[in-house]
Design a protein around this ligand. Structure first.
Ligand code: FAD
Length: 528
């Protein structure tokens, strides 16, 4: 006897769909969410300019045709308010909130070996027992907050992009510093540059960015997509990255220069993350990769008037797309404004935060506001922050030298605990909505199967987990991706083991494997 069949942690897009899906098979579930409403990423990340970088017609739920037909995205890339509105609409439409406990953080999970149940302890001291726990805790939900000396002495305002105040912040006429030039940093910088008095950007590693060419949708364009939405979605699922980009299968190393140039020009013109998918070896062959990189660098030189600044903004220390590429709308042009200064912290390290600003190298930059766009403890951070215990083992200790899972779904020693878009699955290398829906469907089917068979416990075998970890590593090592100091590698977090965490083989290949595993009665799992 448990309080509920399943505890789901997190009410982002993953947790919401998981709840809906379990209800459909008659399984009771309670969602526990730290925030005070649904939306996850789009609930927390309210910084100026926040928007998705995969077009919303792809980056949206596909599980309900009526939902698909009735919702109209206003722009090619929806901004955060619209993405949050969408989450709220889904919560209302499927009456999700009544099974969600908001403002509640899961602190501890403990497995009972005799009963095959989990006990979940929350920050209000309450406990809940369940047969299964599904961690829909998000890959980018545990903010990284590096400590700078003197932070507490700063007299001005400090904000993190990852937990931006809900009431908004008026930056008009202020001297603002932004630390960090990843995706959130780029979006923030671009959005606030027109309004602030002075903007000082502190950059450790420049990002490759491709143009968004964002635009409002016309009714005709949306109608055309909706006319055959199921086929459109199916096409997405059969790609490597979860959205259709008309990816090329030829090799750049064998293509004539004019063909390469034409492909780059066309894709640049189209905009978005499909830019580097024209050739199959762009992430495998270093020379091919550098051709793509050099094309982007040449565009940066075209956009930024000062050659020295353009060079500082040009990534040279890692292969293109081995760190998450950004999608921009006028980011580089910001540096042509007189009131914008770029500080390379490799040359002028941040020594401390002072009462009036930031001391970098020998210069104190006086500012009223500091914005930290310092990223996340990706993929494992949210799970590591929970004390997950089975027997005498803690998950975070088991994963101390890198996460170990079978299919990114479960980990040996932690039965009945599923992860949505866990490490070892395509997750962050894909359109996350496709990966989320795939995992939710897979997990729901597995629970339905266990119930139908009268079984109460599911756990991967050691052999299956070891083989999968090797597969994930082998695929990663076939590419240039492990060369970057990226958050995919955990390299942005001091002390975190450098391991390439996601499965790079593609959502299409992954689904074939995971479908096959399920079809033959969950090969590689012990079901008892
Ligand atoms: P999340 O949305 O992160 O939700 C997880 C939820 O779990 C959160 O609400 C959190 O509060 C809760 N939670 C975590 N731990 C606990 C706990 N211990 N107790 C209680 N609650 C807990 N992906 C794309 O595919 N395309 C994009 O364009 C894109 N843009 C992004 C932009 C930003 C700024 C960020 C940060 C991420 C972006 N992503 C994008 C990735 C994005 O995280 C996923 O697309 C998706 O929103 C993840 O949904 P989720 O439900 O899995 O996780």
């Amino acid at each position: 006897m448990t309080d509920v069949d399943v505890v789901i942690i997190g009410a982002g897009y993953a947790g919401m769909y998981q709840l809906h899906k379990l209800r459909k098979i008659g399984v009771s579930a309670r969602v526990i969410e730290a925030g005070d409403d649904v939306g996850g990423t789009w609930y927390w990340n309210r910084y100026p300019g926040a928007r998705c970088d995969i077009e919303s017609i792809h980056y949206s739920y596909s599980f309900d045709e009526d939902l698909e037909q009735e919702w109209n995205w206003s722009e090619r890339y929806a901004a955060q308010p619209e993405l949050l509105k969408y989450a709220k609409h889904v919560a209302d439409r499927f009456d999700l909130r009544k099974d969600i406990s908001f403002n509640t953080r899961v602190e501890k999970l403990e497995f009972d070996e005799d009963a095959d149940t989990w006990t979940t302890t929350t920050d209000d001291g309450a406990q809940l027992t369940s047969r299964y726990v599904i961690a829909a805790t998000g890959c980018l939900s545990a903010p990284s907050r590096p400590k700078f000396e003197g932070m507490e002495d700063f007299a001005g305002e400090q904000y993190y992009t990852s937990s931006w105040p809900h009431e908004g912040v008026d930056l008009t006429g202020k001297r603002v510093a932004v630390i960090g030039t990843g995706s959130s940093g780029l979006q923030t910088i671009t959005a606030i540059a027109p309004d602030v008095l002075e903007l000082t950007v502190f950059q450790r590693t420049p990002s490759f960015a491709v143009p968004a060419h964002n635009h409002p949708w016309t009714e005709e364009q949306l109608a055309e997509i909706k006319a055959d939405y199921p086929a459109f979605r199916e096409r997405d699922r059969n790609t490597r990255i979860g959205f259709f980009t008309n990816a090329g299968t030829g090799l750049m190393s064998e293509a004539p220069p004019e063909e390469i140039q034409r492909d780059f020009d066309e894709r640049w013109q189209k905009g978005g993350l499909g830019f580097n998918s024209g050739f199959a070896d762009a992430l495998i062959d270093a020379r091919s990769n550098d051709q793509v990189a050099e094309y982007v660098r040449s565009k940066i030189r075209e956009k930024v008037k000062d050659p020295e600044t353009a060079e500082k903004l040009s990534p040279r220390t890692y292969p293109i797309a081995s760190k998450r590429m950004c999608v921009d709308t006028g980011y580089f042009e910001v540096y042509n404004q007189d009131n914008v200064t770029l500080i390379d912290i490799n040359e002028q390290p941040i020594r401390q935060i002072t009462k009036d600003g930031i001391l970098a190298g020998d210069t104190e930059h006086k500012v009223d506001v500091i914005i930290f766009a310092t990223g996340f403890d990706a993929m494992t951070g949210a799970l590591d922050r929970i004390e997950i215990r089975a027997g005498d083992q803690l998950l975070r200790e088991k994963w101390a030298h890198g996460p170990r899972t079978y299919l990114g779904l479960m980990s040996v020693g932690f039965p009945n605990l599923y992860m949505i878009t866990g490490p070892g699955s395509p997750s962050v290398l894909s359109n996350m909505l496709v990966s989320i829906e795939y995992h939710v469907n897979w997990v729901t089917d597995a629970i339905g199967y266990l119930n139908a068979q009268g079984k109460t416990r599911m756990e991967p075998t050691q052999e299956a987990e070891d083989n999968w970890v090797s597969t994930v590593n082998d695929f990663g090592n076939m590419t240039l991706m492990p060369q970057a100091n990226s958050w995919y590698m955990g390299a942005n977090i001091p002390g975190k083991e450098r391991v390439f965490m996601p499965f790079v083989g593609g959502v299409d290949t992954y689904a074939q494997v995971a479908n096959g595993v399920a079809t033959v009665g969950y090969h590689g799992f012990d079901l008892t």
